[in-house]
Design a protein around this ligand. Structure first.
Ligand SMILES: Cc1cc2nc3c(=O)[nH]c(=O)nc-3n(C[C@H](O)[C@H](O)[C@H](O)COP(=O)(O)OP(=O)(O)OC[C@H]3O[C@@H](n4cnc5c(N)ncnc54)[C@H](O)[C@@H]3O)c2cc1C
Length: 1022
């Protein structure tokens, strides 16, 4: 259980066994509990109906999920009765067996229209709005003010937060900033409340009455921790005017903490801004720090040191953290060590440990405690007492609409209570509501345990550190829901595991990539030879490899094979075939594993080449590197399985079924995945026992040479793998048509793929077989956007899929089909979001769109753009300034109202050009989506369970993605490949792929001689 140990290690040093402190904590806790008496406690405020609803939903996880999902989609249904009724039926229909009988009947007979339908729809809306209003203090400043005044009457101070975290466009970020400015103006103008020493003063005197909380990622639409410099600079442009206003109006500002990947940049911005001379002496600032993070102790120590340097103390709101499920899911998906503790008690223990740290350093870090957990709160009070921290120096913060009795009890005890009060529109409000509902109903929630499940007071006040004691059962229910399942593995083969990508939100990864880029730049200008049977051949005629982002930079020269050299390579490969075929399978597999290890070791260097030569962004290059490694390890694992002969032995008859390689294999690679795709094609051929001649794409021959060197170094014999860069038109006919070439594996354009297929089908005299062809030829991939889609998700997913790596992936989205009801709003948001996209050289970490691969591509894309202007309405054309003078840049272009049959909606453009097509309903959307000659990838954004089910059945593509981007397939998890004109063959990175590289054989032996035969082994049929 290494994770647990990792977690516990971070907790080392916590004084778990301080009986006096623990006793005091329990006594304070008991006092707090006693003050809650006098009315049945509720999780939220005293709203019986809602608590009943929550209690009911919590009885069944499926019902809860359906209820919360329904609440989440409700605002998108725009009040339409048939729409609401349809979703009620779809969501609750899925959980109908778990519903009370009257609800089941009601669902069955519920009509789509008419008075009963209207009543159900308006009841659903009213209930959701009522629930939302319990957690959200109004939708405008006057409403928020009225809520604040009610709070102050109860002697609760406030901090106000503006809802709306997903900022996709710069206009939205501007609007967000403006709303904050208006909020500060409005609140400070109205804040004429008399000073109440309990609420408004600390141990040093009066404090600001107006207190604002901000999530800084909302101030910049392209906030991305891979580019802390760019993100920090852009955030500051909008943050500073807000801070100046807050300071000038005598208010207080707190910086909220978001997901872990944003933490470094958030801390950096906090330190930089509040160290500026204009803010340095300002004490009324604070930041939230999360105790569920293993790094929390380091964060606080860093902030304490910063406070010392700064010379003016500031506040820290210690919370456990709101993103536990998200953090664990991201870590699980990427095979990263979770940044959070994995057991709830560990977060509780750490909260107490860090509470002590804050108390001990209160001169530098003013302590605020954001918790509803009576044990955590009592511990803070006990520590304040035992460390003689002035009572008024600390405060407790709780969320609006939650645990009101705890607030009342704390106020009654004389403490300062501040209520975190969100306000804003219903749409972001629903997302916030769902988060609060999830938090309250989570299995591990203190509120659920205390107020709903009525766990005993003694248990609730138990010291969380008791869980550290030996013999404590570390219950599995505390683990995240999903654990990786490597389904294709068997007990006998080493478990296949995907390579973990680099977490570029952390400085270590960024520094390594920067350093590798610098190192690779020192190696430019070399000439890379052909490699035929181990002989390095430098040719007079060479291919020049340029940096597509900076065409004056020559990366190197690559030798160019002639047809005669191609023939020599085929002859050498042919000669090496028998020995390679007969080499023990395990040795071939071990070579692949070794190659994977070498790539892992040189990952940053390989990525640097990909970034420079293919114009690929850091994350994209790293994703490709991981894919290459995965191909090696996955095909090695698959080959170990395939190598086991299947036996079907009977009495007197032995049957053996097994596979043998086909023979010399030509691998023709693309430039868009210059490492991963050729690596996958080549190692699949090699591990199954076929010699390989690899002809890379001309544009990316240097990265190809690196790959070949690694495979040789890993142990692939030099006469088995030949490196033959060259011009397709010159050596292609030999590599495809040569009678000793048994198989051609190709990824590239449809035209070339079909040509290869045609050429390969010829059987010249002397060719003893029909050649096998595997091709991957592209797509015209579509995303369907349903009218109930989460548009934040749909816009972000579409942009990533359409313009990531400049739209040059076979899986890229080039059509987006939007249902009529969502059309205008989607187009507007997409265009606004596209305006914020940053076009720059891929080596800049902030690059979203880099250069296209070469001049030919640029010209082709530009000609499609001209065609698009005639066929449809150009709604966005990115201004790329003078970048076109430096490299092969084309900015994203978006066309709307594109007829489904237009050329830009039918032909593969392979660049950052997106066609938006309107569909009147899902029938039409499907017809359009399926209406091209390709069938590679496709996607759907929808929150309708029925439409999701339908699209799964009827959108016929090789890889279908629902509610996410349609690019980025991962080996084994999403085996990749299409059909129709998208390719011939089965999916790369999937269980059938290797079968294409082998011929199956079956041998039957009659073992009976004159009625005598050996005994059949028992497991021979297994
Ligand atoms: C005023 C206020 C402001 C806040 N601001 C922020 C903020 O800026 N950023 C932020 O991230 N959070 C913030 N939160 C915290 C968050 O929203 C939750 O309210 C808080 O984590 C709940 O903790 P608790 O002590 O009230 O409840 P408890 O029920 O004692 O603790 C629940 C918490 O434990 C942690 N947890 C749950 N399961 C596990 C597990 N299996 N392993 C390890 N840990 C687990 C999670 O953090 C979960 O939220 C704020 C909370 C308040 C009250």
């Amino acid at each position: 259980m290494p994770l647990l140990h990792a977690g516990v290690a971070h907790l080392a040093g916590h004084r778990a066994s301080d009986p006096k402190l623990d006793d005091l904590t329990r006594r304070i806790g008991a006092d707090l509990f006693a003050r809650l008496e006098g009315g049945k406690p509720t999780v939220f405020s005293a709203k019986w109906l809602d608590d009943q609803l929550m209690a009911w939903s919590m009885e069944d996880e499926l019902v809860k999920v359906q209820l919360f999902r329904f609440i989440d989609v409700l605002p998108a249904l725009l009040g339409s009765t048939p729409n609401i009724v349809r979703h009620v039926k779809e969501y609750f229909g899925l959980a109908k067996d778990r519903l009370p009988l009257p609800m089941r009947w009601g669902l069955k007979i519920l009509p789509k229209r008419g008075p009963i339908a209207s009543l159900v729809a308006s009841t659903a809306k009213t209930n959701a709005i009522r629930l939302a209003k319990r957690f959200i203090a109004g939708s405008n400043v006057p409403e928020a003010l009225s809520a604040i005044e009610d709070l102050r009457k109860k002697r609760c101070a406030f901090t106000i937060d503006l809802l709306g975290e997903a900022v996709l466009t710069e206009a939205e970020a501007d609007h967000y900033q403006q709303q904050y400015l208006d909020l500060v103006e409005g609140l400070t103008a109205a804040a004429q409340w008399p000073t109440d020493p309990q609420m408004d003063c600390d141990h040093l005197g009066p404090m600001p009455k107006v207190n604002i909380s901000i999530k800084i990622s909302s101030l910049y639409s392209q906030f991305d921790p891979i580019d802390p410099d760019g993100s920090a600079a852009a955030v500051k442009v909008r943050l500073l005017p807000i801070l100046r206003l807050i300071r000038d109006r005598g208010a207080f500002v707190n910086i909220d903490m978001e997901q872990f990947s944003y933490k470094e940049t958030t801390l950096r911005i906090f330190e930089e801004v509040f160290n500026e001379p204009e803010f340095r002496n300002w004490p009324h600032v604070g930041i939230a720090i999360q105790a569920y993070l293993k790094s929390c102790g380091d964060d606080l120590a860093r902030l304490r040191d910063f406070s010392k340097r700064r010379g003016t103390p500031f506040w820290v709101r210690l919370v456990k953290g709101a993103y536990w499920d998200y953090e664990t899911a991201i870590a699980d998906q990427n095979d990263w060590e979770p940044p959070v503790f994995m057991n709830k008690w560990e977060s509780d223990v750490n909260y107490e440990k860090q509470t002590r740290f804050l108390m001990e350093n209160y001169q530098y870090l003013r302590p605020a405690f954001g918790s509803h957990n009576i044990r955590s709160i009592s511990n803070a009070l006990a520590l304040a007492d035992s460390l003689n921290v002035p009572a008024k120096c600390i405060e407790f913060q709780l969320l609006y609409g939650m645990a009101d009795q705890i607030k009342d009890a704390l106020v009654e005890m004389g403490h300062r209570v501040r209520v975190y009060t969100p306000y804003g529109q219903l749409l972001p409000g629903m997302a916030y509501l769902v988060r609060r509902l999830l938090e309250n109903t989570a299995n591990q929630s203190f509120l659920r345990a205390s107020f709903i499940e009525h766990v005993s007071e003694a248990e609730l006040l138990q010291n969380p550190a008791d869980n550290e004691k030996p013999g404590h059962d570390d219950s599995p229910e505390h683990k995240p829901a999903a654990t990786p399942s490597h389904s294709n593995t068997s007990l006998e083969t080493p478990m296949f595991k995907n390579e973990a990508p680099i977490d570029f939100s952390q400085e270590a990864g960024r520094a390594a990539q920067r350093e590798a880029l610098a190192q690779v730049k020192k190696q430019l200008g070399k000439t890379w030879p052909l490699l035929i049977a181990g002989k390095a051949i430098e040719t007079r005629d060479t291919i020049t490899s340029l940096n597509p982002a900076n065409t004056s930079q020559v990366l190197g020269k690559v030798s160019k094979a002639s047809p005669e050299q191609a023939r020599q390579a085929v002859a050498a490969a042919s000669k090496a075939f028998d020995a390679w075929r007969d080499r023990p399978v395990e040795e071939r597999c071990a070579i692949l594993d070794k190659a994977a290890d070498l790539m892992h070791e040189r990952r940053f260097e390989l990525c640097a080449w990909t970034i420079l030569e293919a114009g690929k962004q850091w994350r994209e290059a790293d994703g490709e590197l991981c894919e290459a490694i995965d191909f090696c390890r996955y095909y090695a694992a698959e080959m170990r399985k395939l190598a086991k002969p299947q036996r079907r032995d009977l009495t007197g008859e032995e049957n053996e079924y097994f596979y043998e390689p086909r023979g010399v294999t030509t691998v023709i690679g693309p430039w868009n995945f210059p490492l991963a795709i050729p690596c996958g094609m080549a190692v699949a051929a090699l591990v199954t026992g076929n010699p390989v001649i690899y002809k890379p794409a001309e544009q990316t021959s240097i990265i190809a040479a690196q790959m070949v060197n690694i495979l040789h170094e890993a142990g692939v014999p030099k006469d088995v793998l030949h490196f033959l860069p060259g011009v397709g038109e010159e050596i292609g006919p030999v590599l495809v048509g040569h009678p000793e070439v048994a198989m051609i594996v190709f990824t590239g354009s449809r035209a070339v793929g079909l040509l290869i297929n045609k050429q390969a089908s010829e059987t010249p005299p002397g060719q003893p077989f029909v050649k096998k062809v595997i091709t991957e030829m592209g797509g015209k991939n579509a995303i369907i956007v349903d009218d109930d889609a989460d548009l934040d998700q749909a816009v972000a997913g579409t942009l990533a899929a359409a313009f990531g790596y400049q739209g040059q992936k076979c899986s890229a989205a080039s059509r987006v089909i939007v249902l009529q009801a969502a059309y205008d709003i989607f187009v507007n948001r997409l265009v606004e979001a596209a305006k914020a996209i940053r076009v720059m050289a891929a080596e800049e970490p902030g690059s979203f769109v880099g250069p296209v691969i070469d001049e030919e591509s640029r010209k082709r894309i530009l000609s499609y753009i001209e065609l698009g202007k005639k066929e449809a309405r150009l709604v966005h054309a990115t201004d790329i300034g003078n970048l076109a003078e430096q490299g092969y840049f084309v900015g994203p272009h978006i066309f709307a109202d594109v007829p489904p049959t237009a050329k830009i909606a039918q032909e593969e453009i392979f660049g950052p050009v997106l066609a938006i097509i309107k569909a009147k309903d899902m029938d039409e959307a499907l017809k359009i989506a399926n209406g091209t000659e390709y069938a590679l990838t496709g996607g759907l954004f929808s929150r309708s369970p029925a439409n999701i089910a339908r699209i799964r059945r009827e959108f016929r593509v090789g890889n279908l993605y629902i509610n996410r981007k349609i690019t980025g397939a991962i080996v084994d998890r999403q085996p990749f490949g299409g059909f129709k004109m998208s390719g011939i063959g089965s999916k790369a990175g999937g269980p059938d792929y290797l079968l294409q590289f082998v011929n199956p054989r079956c041998i039957t032996e009659n073992t009976m001689r004159h009625g005598f035969m050996p005994a059949v082994e028992k497991d021979s049929n297994s």
